[in-house]
Design a protein around this ligand. Structure first.
Ligand SMILES: NC(=O)c1ccc[n+]([C@@H]2O[C@H](COP(=O)([O-])OP(=O)(O)OC[C@H]3O[C@@H](n4cnc5c(N)ncnc54)[C@H](OP(=O)(O)O)[C@@H]3O)[C@@H](O)[C@H]2O)c1
Length: 243
């Protein structure tokens, strides 16, 4: 196992996709990584891979829309680590790209998973984040949540613009801006990341980027010098994306 840096990073929805890769990259850098998974077997399998790669990795069950699971998560972190340095709100869904028209139920589920859950998780973990001397929250968002992109790049992105997904990420961007103020004054830095279009179950095989590259935006926000942290912004590979 590599040298631990004493910091604990929690990544939601990290049994696969970009979340697992973020956990792997942070683990190799010396962070103790806690991967959440709604299917504990899937979480355990990911942890096995990361431990084999030299990471200090752990898993805990979390259905992000479950208040009981969120309470258990806070208890688990408190009992096992006593603090939290990094929270990556990564778990997300895009259930409207199935060729069928979207509907109220899909929009509601998407908002619950992609927007309300990150709010609830951050609220529950704030006391543990407050115990870190360099606490950071990264919300995994998307350029599809950019109102500027919807207004000015419609011809390029209209095929991906669905009501639930785009408004959930636009909401997450606003949540990020608000939290960067309300948590920022308490010493907790908050920003949002757009990974790019990445090959995963969500991004599909048509995506041009591999997960290694897709994870890099979040990893750089976790590791960037505190003085350079882009509080409240939505960024992709170090560059700000307009709202
Ligand atoms: N891939 C892209 O091109 C792209 C582009 C822009 C933004 N993003 C964002 O990046 C993040 C990660 O996406 P990805 O591409 O890595 O997707 P992915 O491979 O489909 O992984 C999504 C993860 O979220 C988990 N998850 C979904 N709903 C959950 C719930 N209710 N409770 C707990 N966990 C839940 C999934 O768990 P299960 O395995 O149990 O389903 C999985 O671990 C998402 O927020 C996504 O919106 C991705």
């Amino acid at each position: 196992m590599g040298n631990k840096n004493g910091k604990v990073a929690l990544i939601t929805g990290a049994n696969k996709g970009i979340g697992k890769e973020i956990a792997r990259q942070l683990g190799i850098l010396g962070y103790t990584v806690v991967l959440t998974a709604r299917d504990l077997n899937a979480g355990a399998k990911a942890v096995e891979e990361l431990v084999a790669a030299g990471c200090d990795a752990h898993t805990v069950a979390l259905e992000v829309t479950s208040a009981a699971d969120i309470a258990n998560l806070a208890k688990y972190l408190e009992e096992n680590f006593g603090k939290l340095d990094i929270l990556v709100n990564n778990a997300g869904i895009a259930i409207e790209w199935d060729g069928q028209p979207t509907n109220t139920e899909k929009v509601r589920r998407t908002l619950e998973t992609n927007l309300i859950a990150p709010y609830a998780i951050t609220e529950a973990l704030e006391p543990l984040l407050s115990l870190s001397d360099d606490a950071r929250v990264i919300n995994h968002s998307s350029q599809l949540g950019s109102i500027d992109a919807a207004e000015n790049m419609w011809q390029y992105i209209s095929g991906f613009m669905t009501v639930g997904y785009a408004t959930s990420k636009a909401g997450l961007n606003m949540l990020t801006q608000i939290q960067s103020k309300t948590l920022g004054v308490k010493g907790i830095a908050v920003a949002a990341a757009h990974p790019g279009w990445v090959k995963t179950d969500l991004g599909s095989d048509a995506a041009p980027m591999e997960v290694e590259e897709g994870a890099s935006t979040v990893v750089s926000l976790v590791t960037i010098e505190r003085d350079l942290f882009p509080h409240g912004q939505l960024v992709h590979k170090g560059v700000r994306i307009p709202w």
